[in-house]
Design a protein around this ligand. Structure first.
Ligand code: AOF
Ligand code: ZN
Length: 379
């Protein structure tokens, strides 16, 4: 019944609210990115607002503030159901009622137990409330929904491949498959996530710093190394610069019973690293759960095919950014972006959906997502 009530202007306002909300990327997490547009009785825009950073006013409050007394009788178009709780800020349900807002359209129901129930509360108070589904708003909310429902970070895997899908020559040489603009985009992303993860192979081969360089930094990412047997050199570039962010080493708990492994692990701790346990079989999921509890809400993975394959096998990959550089390698021994999956039938393959295709210099950027409302059990 409710979707018919939304005029084209209301639908446009929802698109606008999504675009506004996305400005909060890297600033609001673990909170959701949220946008709000207020419309008058003719569905013309009065004001807009979005959640600008963690702990700051919610989107609804920003839009109400900008509208002042014009909010009376207005329609609020919001990407997420208004919160119904006293958290870092007061309940948006109260703010909307006090301002005299007449109607609310929200796109995504809030599953966060403490904040949920806003729509019901507003209806009980006599307001007209509609859910107006929007695929853009659902994509916007997915990282937040995943975190609330699974208590795991939102995981983005990135790789640069040749046209024929290889990330390096058989000699492992990979400089450079993607161009300068694509590499810059990766640094921008590093400055917006809570963690950047790689594998021990990459650490030993490249000694990377894994920090964000020459871009504006919205948050300083922890550097995470999948390193079951603690082979990371304590004098590596990552541990040499504490100001670049914390370093976590994911180790196999059983391996620490070996004196040599334990000695290497302790040397890493003395060099400033935090040790985090993998599962007993080396699974990454328990380590991701532990990282989430340490405050990691988003993680970018820049690793070889082995670790990436492991993450796929454990269904940990939410999103893929792949850059396709304009070269063909054409050698069966050249290195693939993902290894180790068993795909006997097409149905065993990982199925992703294409979100965006962009051009960055001579590279194509393909953005895919694996996680959906459906995979989270929300529809
Ligand atoms: C936001 N921004 O614009 C809306 C949110 O800790 P708090 O008080 O900021 O509350 C966070 C919760 O409020 C969040 O998990 C979500 O359930 C709800 N709505 N949050 O950060 C917003 N509208
Ligand atoms: Zn709120």
């Amino acid at each position: 019944m409710s979707e018919q009530q939304a005029s084209p202007r209301v639908r446009q306002a929802m698109q606008r609210a999504v675009r506004l909300a996305s400005r909060g990327h890297g600033l609001v997490e673990p909170n959701p990115m949220v946008g709000c547009v207020l419309l008058d009785e003719n569905d013309r825009m009065i004001s807009e607002g979005f959640h600008t950073r963690l702990g700051a006013a919610h989107a609804e409050v920003e839009a109400l503030r900008a509208a002042g007394s014009r909010a009376r009788g207005a329609t609020a178009v919001i990407t997420l159901e208004p919160c119904n709780h006293q958290g870092r800020t007061g309940p948006c349900t109260d703010a909307l009622l006090q301002a005299g807002v007449r109607r609310v359209f929200y796109a995504v129901a809030d599953p966060f137990p403490r904040a949920a129930g806003g729509a019901q509360r507003l209806r009980a108070a006599g307001m007209e409330v509609h859910q107006l589904r929007s695929s853009a708003a659902e994509e916007l909310a997915l990282p937040f929904l995943k975190r609330v429902l699974t208590r795991l970070p939102w995981i983005t895997v990135k790789w640069a491949a040749s046209i024929d899908g290889r990330i390096a020559l058989s000699s492992k040489a990979s400089k450079w498959i993607s161009g300068e603009r694509a590499r810059r985009m990766v640094h921008r992303e590093r400055g917006r996530v809570d963690a950047v993860m790689t594998g021990i192979g990459t650490v030993l081969a490249d000694d990377p710093r894994l920090n964000a360089r020459d871009v504006s930094i919205r948050r300083v990412a922890m550097r995470v190394v999948y390193d079951p047997l603690a082979h990371t050199p304590p004098q590596c570039a990552m541990l040499a610069r504490a100001e670049d962010g914390r370093v976590a080493i994911l180790v196999l708990p059983a391996a620490l019973r070996d004196d040599e492994v334990a000695a290497r692990a302790h040397a890493l701790e003395r060099a400033g690293a935090t040790l985090v346990d993998l599962g007993t079989e080396g699974q990454v999921t328990p380590a991701c759960a532990a990282l989430f509890e340490l405050g990691v809400s988003t993680m970018l993975v820049e690793a070889g095919g082995g670790l990436v394959g492991k993450l796929f096998a454990e269904q940990l990959v939410d999103e893929i950014f792949t850059f396709i550089g304009p070269i063909v390698i054409g050698d069966a021994n050249a290195i693939s972006s993902v290894r180790g999956l068993r795909t006997d039938a097409m149905t065993d393959a990982v199925h992703a959906r294409l979100i965006a295709v962009r051009r960055r210099g001579d590279d194509a950027l393909l953005h895919y997502r694996c996680t959906s409302l459906q995979s989270l059990g929300l529809q």
